[in-house]
Design a protein around this ligand. Structure first.
Ligand SMILES: [Zn+2]
Length: 266
């Protein structure tokens, strides 16, 4: 009996040491290169929250930057990351040219404080806790239609068919709810940039699946509108800034887990 108690004690203490050992923890938290938590390809979901210290710093008002009248912004307070403003306006301009100017932007960037308010107000069925919503990144927008529910209107159909051409994706499509663990949201779009949105559309991959795809492939060559791209995935421990291309245009983004993706215009 004594033996059994001793073994149990060793197991309990050993388990505690493994999970609480300050040295092991330190190693874990410093493991990720800062680049892992920044960029347009960050995967934010129930498992991988936004790191508050890496929130986009370029948050601006979502109002139209020129005299165009392509879409309606529900309130003056709607914010987005500045670098997605031009692609978003290009998307809306294309819609306008296709005869649709009845999109209604209802939500953009949300601070952790605002997200917490929503969560407290609407609960876990309709809102996510602070840090777990893509809206905390500044790369997502909720776009409705002034004509009715998105799933019933031409606006919803047009958005799903065209959004990817400008670097955006439908983040929570109907056929991917088992992967995203989020209900079908025909109004929520997310910026990932080119050529990623086009590859995801062609391969019918949710962001979760796309990150896994890049992890497996490590190097992907693709071409969009006559522009060749090389996409390279590095586990953070294998990444160094010496690997970044010289004299070539590239973007860099983490996956918010453990990898860094470099997309180079070839
Ligand atoms: Zn949304």
């Amino acid at each position: 009996m004594k033996k059994i108690i001793s073994i149990l004690l060793i197991l309990i203490i050993g388990g505690w040491l493994i999970t609480n050992n300050p040295f092991i923890k330190e190693k874990y938290t410093t493991n990720g290169h800062p680049f892992v938590y920044k960029g347009d390809l960050l995967l934010v979901n129930h498992d991988f929250p936004v790191k508050e210290e890496y929130i986009q710093k370029d948050i601006v008002n979502a109002h139209q930057s020129n005299y165009s009248n392509y879409y309606i912004v529900l309130s003056k307070d709607i914010l987005i990351s500045e670098h997605i403003k031009a692609p978003f306006e290009a998307l809306m301009e294309q819609a306008y040219n296709d005869g649709i100017s009845t999109f209604l932007v209802s939500s953009g960037f949300r601070s952790f404080v605002e997200q917490k308010k929503l969560y407290d107000q609407y609960g876990s069925k309709s809102a996510l806790p602070a840090g777990y919503s893509e809206h905390n990144l500044g790369l997502s927008l909720d776009i409705g239609s002034s004509q009715g529910r998105m799933e019933d209107t031409i606006e919803g159909q047009w958005l799903a068919e065209n959004v990817w051409q400008h670097g955006f994706i439908m983040r929570y499509p109907k056929n991917k709810t088992h992967i995203t663990k989020i209900k079908y949201e025909p109004w929520h779009i997310r910026y990932v940039g080119l050529p990623h949105s086009i590859l995801m559309q062609e391969k019918d991959l949710a962001l979760e699946e796309y990150i896994e795809f890049l992890k497996t492939e490590q190097t992907v060559h693709t071409s969009v509108n006559g522009q060749d791209y090389i996409i390279e995935y590095y586990p953070s421990e294998q990444f160094s800034e010496d690997l970044l291309p010289e004299n070539q245009t590239y973007t860099i983004s983490g996956d918010n887990q453990s990898g860094i993706i470099v997309t180079t215009e070839a």
